[in-house]
Design a protein. Structure first.
Lengths: 96, 408
């Protein structure tokens, strides 16, 4: 899928922008994501229900996928059934 | 909302609080502020783990929110030629370049004034520094604890001579937050000047110059008289010359501050309000000059009067007093202070964790008496692709820069 494409969750409010895309099925809340929302909402899988956070980037372990959350929702993101994790800044430690 | 900075773009290459706070104020006023962060580490301030004994949550990071609300973040490695290319593309579209990186970094990573002006001759170039942009110490960094508080003389002046050592700043980012507002004010004036004359200026504010200005009344007095004044040890009682200037302890250990610099017309009302109407008729306090002459006796009367009743009583009772006074509150009291609430001083943004909204502190300036609506601080590199696509950059080019590690 083309980078820059926006995908919508079939199971919740989540929307993502594709930043990097390998081959595999991108899902949210356990249901495959698509550019259009289905007429009928898919059920939210309990295994993929930890939610998405606005502005967070989600990546796979291999570095083939990167999704930017542009609208948060209750479902969590996966590729071919494997959960994606957030890509976080690794700041230098500081303290007062 | 009246966005006085609508249509102004600020490109911020800065870290910590002092200079980013200026960007936050301009964002509050409606500017489009793009914060450039390191693609891997982000703003070093994101790494703050502890503040005043409180552990910070990276998704509800108060020390990131305060100086970065309302901005967008782009991840650029300015040490790479490709990252510099991206920075220049952004600089072409900006009105203001805002930075607190040290001169050698600005030179090495080629975003010093000559590099930025080469791509945009009309850009206002604003620097925040520790000690100023002249002299050998322009090359040195500092925090408000060092430059604003310690070296400036403030720590010394705040601390009574009887105390064993100087007081510390006590409030994190205190000098930074004050100084950030100074930078924002300077940028506003520079924008007005450019609008009227077409001339883009460069501007400098340092933490030391911020402290210098904030302490200006006492430094000017020192330069004129040669006399250096410092805080006195806390007592319950009025000052040696004006009994209506001072702190007074209540029966439960609270404190009420009197600050009637000019007591004319206030003597009778003040004594009556503290429950000493006989003093109001006392010939020793019949007019301001007599009051000053008999300051000790008047102070004793006030000390005794305040010790009769608790803090809560005085805080309510003195509301109808004519003279200037204040309860000595803590910040928790301030959150529910009627003036805080009446003047929309608290702003709310969404929590990046999807949880309850975060409450932030509004800047000191209001336009048309309107409450402020803004957005939370960005996550590091949150808006990289969105900003670059807005610039009209093709995805292949974005990919290329990513592959080179220049952006994230």
């Amino acid at each position: 899928m083309k980078p820059g494409t926006r995908l919508k969750s079939a199971a919740c409010d989540t929307e993502v922008m594709i930043i990097r895309c390998g081959s595999g099925t991108i899902a949210c809340g356990g249901a495959a994501m698509a550019e259009a929302k289905p007429a009928e909402a898919a059920p939210l899988s309990a295994d993929f229900a930890t939610g998405t956070l606005m502005g967070k980037r989600y990546v796979d372990a291999a570095g083939a996928f990167e999704l930017l959350c542009v609208k948060p929702g209750k479902g969590s993101l996966s590729v071919d059934g494997t959960a994606l994790t957030t890509k976080d800044a690794k700041p230098l430690p500081a303290s007062d | 909302m009246t966005n006085v900075m609508q249509g102004i773009r600020v490109l911020e290459v800065a870290q910590f609080t002092f200079v980013p706070a200026a960007g936050a104020i301009l964002a509050d006023w409606g500017a489009d502020v793009i914060k450039v962060e390191h693609p891997i580490r982000g703003d070093t301030q994101r790494g703050f783990l502890n503040m005043g004994g409180v552990t910070l949550d990276p998704l509800r990071h108060t020390l990131i929110e305060h100086p970065n609300r309302g901005k967008r973040s782009i991840g650029i490695d300015t040490s790479t030629p490709e990252g510099q290319e991206v920075l220049y593309e952004l600089a072409k579209t900006a009105d203001v370049f805002l930075t607190n990186f040290l001169p050698h970094v600005r030179q090495k990573n080629k975003f010093d004034i000559e590099h930025i002006r080469a791509v945009n001759p009309n850009i206002i170039y604003a620097r925040g520094s520790a000690f100023g942009n002249k002299g050998p110490e322009r090359a040195k960094g500092g925090f408000d604890g060092t430059s604003f508080w310690s070296r400036s003389g403030i720590a010394n002046a705040m601390t009574p001579v009887e105390m064993e050592g100087p007081l510390s700043q006590g409030i994190p980012a205190f000098g930074d937050s004050i100084g950030g507002m100074f930078i924002a004010g300077g940028i506003s004036a520079a924008l007005l000047h450019r609008e009227r004359t077409g001339e883009a200026t460069e501007l400098d504010v340092s933490l030391l110059s911020s402290a210098w200005w904030a302490s200006g009344a006492v430094i000017t007095q020192l330069m004129e008289t040669g006399i250096q004044t410092r805080n006195a040890m806390p007592i319950s009682g009025g000052s040696a010359r004006n009994p209506f200037m001072g702190n007074f302890r209540t029966s439960d250990g609270g404190t009420i501050n009197f600050c009637m610099v000019s007591p004319t017309g206030l003597i009778e009302d003040t004594f009556s309000m503290v429950g000493a109407p006989e003093a109001a008729k006392d010939p020793r306090f019949a007019d301001p000059l007599l009051l000053i002459e008999n300051a000790g006796a008047a102070s004793d009367i006030l000390v005794k009067a305040f010790a009769q009743k608790p803090f809560a009583y005085w805080r309510e009772h003195l509301k109808s007093m004519k003279g200037q006074w204040a309860p000595i509150q803590n910040f928790e009291d301030l959150l529910t202070d009627q003036a805080t609430l009446d003047n929309d001083m608290i702003i709310e943004v969404e929590g990046a964790d999807g949880g309850k909204p975060m409450r932030l502190v509004r800047g000191p300036v209001q336009f048309n008496g309107e409450p402020l609506q803004t957005t939370r601080a960005p996550q590091a590199s949150e808006h990289t692709e969105l900003i670059l696509m807005e610039l009209g950059m093709e995805w292949d080019k974005i990919e290329e820069y990513k592959a080179a590690g220049a952006i994230a």
